[in-house]
Design a protein around this ligand. Sequence first.
Ligand code: HEC
Length: 99
Amino acid sequence: MKRLLVVTLSLLALTSVAQASPELAKKKNCLACHAVDNKVVGPSYKDIAKKYGATDAGKLAAKVRQGGAGNWGVVPMPANPQVNEAEAKELVAWILTLK
Ligand code: HEC
């Protein structure tokens, strides 16, 4: 499954620059805890997309950088200081398209 995901992401990265965000998620280590379709340590990106709308993007981008808990359970997301503000916004915008 993990290899399939890597292959899929690589193919997506090759086919279009519009697919840069999955590649960014991989590079920034988001996929260590998240998958698009299923819960890993954190909620699946599809579940996040279902729960939130575009108006939540700013709040979510801040949480990606600062970390936090309580919206999905007691397990916290650690802060992700390797992600700058623009990258956090790009990642959240991509996640919210995954409904
Ligand atoms: C160490 C594991 C881990 C890593 C790495 C991680 N996350 Fe998370 N993430 C979580 C957990 C756990 C939650 C659920 C937090 C909660 O219950 O509020 C979460 C929640 C989220 C949410 C929803 C926040 C909310 O308030 O509902 C988004 C969006 C998100 N992560 C994006 C990312 C992105 C983008 C990255 C990469 C920069 C990332 N995560 C890296 C574990 C992780």
